[in-house]
Design a protein around this ligand. Structure first.
Ligand code: ADQ
Length: 468
């Protein structure tokens, strides 16, 4: 089998987290199967120009090739265009976008830099898999440098519709650059459709069976919903004694838990969720003192515009809710800005009667899947899921689907979840588990790679015109 080359903004080093999450495991398995290279930023920034040589480590047939970013690259490429333009706009929040031409130029420069680092390492039959919104233009630069390998791209976040995409000033150049990939993969059919629409409208592409054509070049456009390793989550969730679960329930054996776990991000809908929980306490006094809502939300990207503000608002809301409703022996809302090891997190998910996953927009949302896989089959909890999470496409029959903009509706659904009879919970759990197994992490990577290896490469044709 030909080697696999994975490129992502960050690389999960083998010496890193003790229990890496879904994506890192999927990529690692794929690389180990065929041998290969994982190339990306090492997470460090250096002063001046980042022309340090690649640093490489090889383990289990995989070479990890990483490099630092110069401070200016970090500011423009990562903090600027990637996280203050692409992230908000792709999550349908152009109002939070902060476009600066210099940041866009920095973004292109770093994409070109990735291509320059990668090209000398390539063998003719290597298959290249590029991940996520930081690297939309990488394929175009590789083609410009004469790389003819199969190159696939997978977007982990949503792809916005054409009217929203158009709010990014260089939208045409971005759509054109993305047509350099042989396979463009998305979490949902709606994302794949939106991408195709943008390429037709803004990059002169024509639709054809299975994807798009621009001149001689073909792009296969597909839907590859990311999944989890169900058995691994279930195994971790069953840890016999969890100190954290015991601490949460301290003294109150009958206390019911509602749990949410997210990076602290405005796209995750935390404020709306807090409001829903408060409404639940208001409309159903019986829950007071009997249900606690646990929100785990480690801060992320605190140096990016928009994140400080949401954090301040959440601090205020959490303080107000606990001040208003709390009692000496009961804290209604446990709002914790910390990341936990997966081995700690999964038993917490299992201990909660309701998993509340209500992003305003999300590519997939793996927590929704992890919550269900972590449940005890004989007494499972209930998933309350936003209609705007990619996961809703697969989980709508088993989960209770809500509109995160309707706090009152969410409160009523929370109540329904807390009162749901055991037989219905089991039926929904079984249905969801079946889906999770069919679309698990291995299926995601196998389907994507089978398509990528199987495409008839059109790389010999003209490369797209990349911005200089
Ligand atoms: P994220 O936006 O990071 O990922 P998500 O899919 O929920 O969102 O994945 C987060 C992962 O981090 C999960 O495995 C979760 O368990 C873990 N995590 C979150 N909060 C944690 C905490 N407090 N402590 C420990 N672990 C925590 C992007 C897209 C998603 C898409 C994924 C994968 O935004 O839509 O599902 O990529 O494609």
């Amino acid at each position: 089998m030909s080697r696999l080359i994975v490129i992502s903004n960050r690389v999960a080093m083998p010496t890193g987290a003790k229990s890496p999450g879904g994506l890192a495991v999927g990529v690692y398995d794929a690389l180990r199967d065929s041998g290969g290279i994982w190339l990306g930023w090492n997470g460090e920034t250096v002063a001046g120009h980042a022309d340090t040589p690649l640093s490489t480590t090889t383990q289990d047939n995989i070479t990890y090739a990483t490099f630092p970013l110069a401070q200016q690259e970090y500011d423009r490429f990562y903090r600027g265009f990637s996280n203050a333009v692409l992230w908000p706009v792709f999550h349908y929040r152009p109002d939070l976008g902060r476009y600066r031409r210099g940041d866009y130029e920095g973004y292109l420069q770093v994409n070109r830099h990735f291509a320059q680092r990668l090209a000398p390492l390539l063998r003719p039959d290597d298959v290249i898999w590029v991940h996520d919104y930081h690297l939309l233009a990488l394929g175009g630069y590789l083609r410009e440098m004469g790389v003819r390998n199969h190159i696939g791209f997978f977007l982990h976040i949503p792809f916005p519709n054409a009217e929203v995409f158009k709010t990014i000033p260089p939208y045409q150049a971005l759509a054109q650059a993305m047509c350099a990939y042989d396979v463009a993969g998305f979490q949902t059919a709606a994302d794949a459709r939106a991408f195709s629409d943008c390429c037709v409208q803004f990059a002169g592409a024509d639709r054809e069976a299975g994807g798009l054509r621009t001149g001689e070049r073909r792009v296969r456009v597909g839907t590859y919903p990311i999944g989890i390793d169900v058995d691994d989550v279930a195994r971790m969730a069953q840890a016999r004694r969890s100190r954290q679960v015991a601490a949460l329930k301290a003294g109150a054996v009958d206390l019911k838990l509602v749990i949410s776990v997210d990076r602290l991000d405005y796209s995750k809908g935390l404020l709306e969720r807090f409001a829903a929980f408060e409404q639940l306490l208001e409309i159903e006094p019986a829950h007071r003192g009997r249900v606690s809502f646990v929100q785990l939300a480690p801060p992320s990207r605190s140096d990016v515009h928009g994140y400080r503000e949401i954090r301040r608002e959440l601090d205020r809301a959490a303080g107000r809710i606990n001040g208003k409703w709390g009692e000496l022996g009961w804290t209604p809302l446990r709002y914790i800005n910390r990341a936990y090891e997966r081995a700690t997190l999964m038993p917490l998910l299992r201990a909660a009667q309701v998993g509340l996953v209500t992003p305003l927009r999300d590519g997939m949302n793996l927590v929704a899947k992890e919550y269900m896989a972590a449940q005890a089959p004989e007494d499972p909890g209930v998933l309350v899921l936003s209609q705007f999470a990619g996961a809703a496409c697969e989980m709508e029959d088993g989960a209770l689907i809500v509109n995160p903009y309707d706090s009152e509706g969410m409160a009523r659904t929370l109540s329904r979840a807390l009162h749901m009879p055991l037989a219905e919970r089991i039926e929904r759990y079984q249905q969801l588990l079946q889906g999770l197994r069919t679309h698990d992490l291995a299926a995601w990577k196998n389907r994507f790679l089978a398509d990528l290896r199987g495409v008839t490469a059109s790389a010999a044709s003209e490369p797209p015109a990349m911005p200089a």
